[in-house]
Design a protein around this ligand. Structure first.
Ligand code: SF4
Length: 333
């Protein structure tokens, strides 16, 4: 793996330049459930706004979410911000150098802690991100789905056993790169893989079966009625509660009334979250309602605000809402 790292490992990723605990940490959080090529522009923009831990710790949550909008899994951004504050106020802005303390911080699990310590500080800590899990599951033919504790324990044990005490950062980077570039999920390129002579999945022709997939449970569908109210070139948006789906982001207000004649459907979209499918109907006040009601909602509700249509790119909108509004109002980015 170290030879593979020397010859083919990625060494020019933005977070590998002027490497620090801060750069590795931000990139590792962004890379969770997200591919490198998607992360790069977000990372660069994020670092331009928050070049230091202090600047992130002192930032407004809204600014952080605006830069995160589109990457999804927004609890990552909220935890990142909370963790920056913890580090700044309780640890003099320094990353703790032991696994346990690092893991006690918001949003830092064992693999992220291992990545920060090994990649940024050369400490001999193992990692187990999605790429490493896949490589190990195939190489050793580990049975069972990762969601099971026993399977995760087995994978962690293998990862810890294999991780060398020296050149740990290079080894970890090599495992991640191999998983991303060669041992990918759909089309592993075994013929050019440095592990092909020992890998059981390859030798036994079972790469398609491993890693074992999550047993399929159909996810439920939920429906929501969203309200679009326009006044000249402005629309009303509602700030979502800080936690939960789209926490802290701006969205179209959700209608709590039963469907009635005061609203007409003007559009719809679906969006699949990890645990349910959202079927959204977007509604607008009917002509009758417009003439009978002078103002909607906004008077008393501090979570609602008017936003200019041509400034929507400046606020944190969930991707499906942004796409809907772009299409509906024919807006460009
Ligand atoms: S030989 Fe194939 S399945 Fe095994 S680690 Fe390499 S790419 Fe993955």
């Amino acid at each position: 793996m170290l030879k593979f790292y020397d010859q083919q490992g990625r060494k020019d990723l933005p977070w590998q330049q002027n490497k620090s605990g801060y750069s590795v940490w931000v990139s590792e959080i962004m890379l969770q459930q997200t591919q490198v090529k998607t992360v790069i522009p977000y990372y660069q923009k994020f670092m331009r706004h928050f070049p230091t831990l202090q600047s992130l710790a002192e930032a407004d949550m809204d600014q952080v979410l605006t830069l995160w909008a589109g990457l999804g899994y927004y609890s990552r951004a909220r935890n990142l911000h909370a963790c920056a504050k913890q580090l700044w106020h309780n640890f003099n802005g320094q990353f703790p150098q032991d696994l346990k303390t690092l893991m006690s911080l918001k949003g830092i699990g064992e693999s992220t802690a291992g990545a920060i310590l090994s990649l940024a500080y050369g400490k001999p800590e193992a990692i187990l991100d999605g790429n490493v899990k896949r490589v190990l599951a195939r190489y050793f033919l580990v049975d069972g789905w990762y969601g099971k504790t026993s399977v995760m324990q087995q994978l962690w044990q293998l990862s810890r056993q294999l991780t060398p005490k020296q050149c740990t950062g290079e080894f970890n980077q090599a495992m991640m790169d191999l998983g991303a570039d060669i041992c990918n999920r759909a089309n592993p390129r075994c013929l050019v893989c440095p592990l092909k002579n020992q890998c059981r999945a390859h030798l036994e022709g079972k790469t398609a079966e491993y890693p074992h997939r999550k047993p399929t449970n159909k996810i439920p569908t939920r429906s929501a009625d969203l309200l679009l109210i326009q006044r000249d070139q402005q629309i009303q948006l509602q700030k979502r509660p800080p936690s939960g789906i789209w926490g802290g982001l701006w969205s179209l207000p959700e209608l709590e009334t039963d469907k009635n004649t005061d609203f007409d459907q003007i559009g719809q979209f679906t969006h699949t979250f990890s645990h349910f499918k959202l079927q959204a109907s977007v509604q607008s006040p009917s002509n009758k309602a417009k003439t009978s009601t002078k103002s909607f909602l906004i008077a008393e509700n501090p979570m609602l605000a008017w936003h200019n249509l041509n400034q929507l790119h400046e606020i944190a909108l969930p991707t499906p809402i942004k796409l809907f509004l772009q299409q509906y109002f024919k807006l460009t980015e």
